[in-house]
Ligand binder design. Structure first.
Ligand code: SF4
Ligand code: SF4
Length: 257
């Protein structure tokens, strides 16, 4: 993976990040946890950023590197040091030019640059790092999906939509089932929240994993399909999520009566 990043140059354990323009535009302020994890797994413990004139990148890089360090510190992993180099951008009549310090910075970083497409083929780096300490229930994750057992109807909508398989239906050997959330792979996309009509799932940041939700299984009293819903749910009805939502079974019973 080392060097497979067109947005960073890596040399002797140091990553040099700089804003760039053009078709592969990158602003240091856009750095995210996955990109940091990529260079971390490539052996980077020092990050040097070079400012451009957008005015918002330094805060973003500091914040995300701080969050990354919060995640790895509790896992017993060494932290990343961040330093910003002061580089002035001098404007002249023909547009932007750069001073000697910036040229020096760019010379240092110009030797190791490979393309993003190669990095995209690598397995997610952040998930690999978050797997450290997974046996400890108290280690934090950047995004933690949490079910609300009182609101959840057991429709499986979020399970089916999650692109990272972070939400799963677990069937034990004895046939019991539960919903599980696996924050190691969650990317914070919020699709699960968007698809849930009942507001029964939320994302919490920088917290420990949530407990599995035991489910009870049954056969719908109206349509006869198998279904499941959170155990102990106050509004447990004996109907599957579809019949519960549409209420068609009530009309059918009215016709029969
Ligand atoms: S959290 Fe919402 S979408 Fe997911 S199973 Fe429960 S009701 Fe369905
Ligand atoms: S935020 Fe996205 S990746 Fe995370 S559990 Fe929800 S759907 Fe899955």
């Amino acid at each position: 993976m080392a060097g497979a990043l067109s947005w960073a140059s890596i040399r002797q354990g140091t990553a040099y990040l700089r804003c760039r323009q053009g078709p592969r535009a990158f602003c240091v302020g856009q750095i995210d946890l996955e990109r940091l994890a990529q260079i971390y797994l490539a052996g980077v413990l020092h990050v040097i950023t070079a400012p451009c004139n957008c005015g918002n990148h330094a805060e973003g890089a500091d914040r995300v590197i701080g969050q990354f360090n919060d995640l790895i510190r509790v896992r017993g992993l060494p932290e990343i040091n961040h330093r910003e180099v002061a580089v002035e951008i001098v404007r002249n009549g023909a547009g932007e030019s750069i001073d000697g310090a910036r040229r020096g910075f760019l010379r240092r970083v110009s030797d190791v640059v490979v393309e993003d497409e190669e990095a995209a083929e690598d397995p997610p780096a952040l998930a690999a790092i978050l797997a450290f300490g997974a046996e400890d229930p108290n280690v934090p994750y950047p995004w933690v999906p949490v079910f609300d057992a009182d609101l959840c109807t057991g429709c499986n909508g979020c399970i089916n939509v999650c692109p990272e398989d972070s939400l799963i239906l677990i069937t034990a050997e004895d046939g019991t089932v539960c919903y599980g959330a696996r924050p190691e792979t969650c990317n914070g996309c919020e699709l699960c929240m968007s698809v849930c009509e009942y507001g029964a799932i939320e994302l919490r940041g920088m917290t420990a994993r949530s407990p599995d939700i035991p489910l009870v299984s049954g056969v719908c009293r109206a349509c006869g399909v198998d279904y499941h819903e959170p155990a102990g749910r106050e509004s447990a009805s004996g109907f599957c999520p579809v019949c519960r939502r549409t209420g068609h079974h009530r009309k059918l019973f009215q016709v029969i009566q």
